[in-house]
Design a protein around this ligand. Structure first.
Ligand code: SF4
Length: 341
């Protein structure tokens, strides 16, 4: 049996408010792994919950050599598998990357998740369970989830309602209580989702994967660009910035000889400068080999960053986490692979 948080609220709906509070606290605050541990609940409710909302989360783990990254493949009730990753950057900073779909329909060229195809959207409970899994894992190590990104398998905005509901559950004080500003959604540029997020009362962060400074190259790397070209994506991002006053992170995956030239950096800077540049910052991502491309060499990465910075654009860099265990960006497949423990 797999944890099915989706049923929890349904069952609690007919109970007194204090019972619902106790049950939620058992799941999200005390991080119980079994309803037997929730001894403040009456035995009949514990039995019902154990049948309808079992708290087990079956997963296979793989750790990177240095132990800074852990990948979990979680088996869902219907046999689908989704992957989620924990990155332990430094003491106190534990970022969890969660999946929003089983597989992905967008088929980005550099991404193994896209290769696997699309199975289905995840439910609110299946998304929140990934965060809960890592909360339990870290609690056992006297640590906590500090940050959470929707950047695993799938395009979050193609599953907007469940993703937002999960983000609210993860953020809520009666849920996992992770601050909204520590939660980020990363989209390949689905503009309807960007527009809707701008109207939400939840102050979570938005990042947009551009990966190319022109439509021809972007369509080659990300076929979704045919439906959501750069102008549309940046137009929606500008609307989001104007409405919320919040900064937007532009994700840019550096591929050797493909999109990492100085000319590409200048084009990217020009694109962003036209549109409220102070509220964009660029995150340069090191490519984790998926067999199709090569990562940009370090001097090319530094030059790319310098050109952007020279144009007044803030640059951050995401180093490879978890490449050795296929847990890095674009490497999540949901398939069983060696490395599980
Ligand atoms: S990079 Fe993201 S949007 Fe593109 S195929 Fe992979 S999971 Fe889907």
């Amino acid at each position: 049996m797999t944890l099915c948080l989706d049923r929890l609220e349904e069952i609690l709906a007919g109970r007194p408010a204090y019972r619902a509070r106790q049950a939620r606290a058992a799941v999200f605050h005390r991080l119980c792994r079994s309803w037997e541990e929730a001894t403040d609940l009456p035995a009949d409710l514990r039995k019902l919950l154990a049948r309808q909302v079992p708290l087990e989360i079956p997963a296979r783990l793989a750790r990177s050599e240095g132990g800074d990254t852990v990948r979990a493949a979680i088996r869902l009730a219907d046999g689908e598998t989704v992957e989620t990753v924990l990155m332990r950057h430094r003491p106190g900073r534990n970022t969890v990357c969660v999946s929003s779909q089983a597989g992905c329909p967008l088929g980005c060229e550099f991404c193994l998740t896209g290769d696997r195809g699309f199975a289905r959207n995840l439910t609110l409970g299946e998304i929140a369970a990934q965060a809960l899994f890592w909360s339990r894992y870290l609690r056992d190590r006297s640590a906590r989830v500090s940050n959470l990104v929707f950047m695993g398998m799938g395009e979050p905005f193609l599953n907007y309602d469940e993703v937002l509901a999960a983000a609210r559950m993860i953020n809520a004080p009666e849920g996992l209580g992770i601050g909204a500003r520590r939660i980020s959604i990363s989209t390949a540029g689905v503009t309807e989702g960007i527009d809707r997020l701008a109207g939400e009362d939840l102050q979570i962060n938005l990042s947009i994967s551009l990966h190319a400074p022109d439509n021809r190259l972007r369509s080659r790397l990300m076929p979704v660009n045919d439906a959501y070209p750069l102008e549309a994506v940046l137009g929606a991002a500008a609307g989001y910035i104007e409405k919320t006053g919040r900064r937007v992170m532009v994700e840019y995956l550096l591929l050797a000889g493909v999109n990492d030239s100085p000319a590409a950096a200048e084009s990217l800077a020009a694109l962003l400068r036209q549109r409220l540049d102070r509220l964009y910052f660029v995150n340069l991502i090191s490519y984790s080999r998926t067999g199709k491309y090569r990562p940009s060499p370090e001097p090319a990465v530094r030059k790319f960053a310098r050109i952007l910075e020279g144009e007044g654009i803030t640059v951050t860099r995401r180093y490879r986490f978890g490449g050795g265990i296929s847990a890095a960006c674009g490497q999540l497949t949901g398939k069983e692979r060696p490395g599980g423990i």
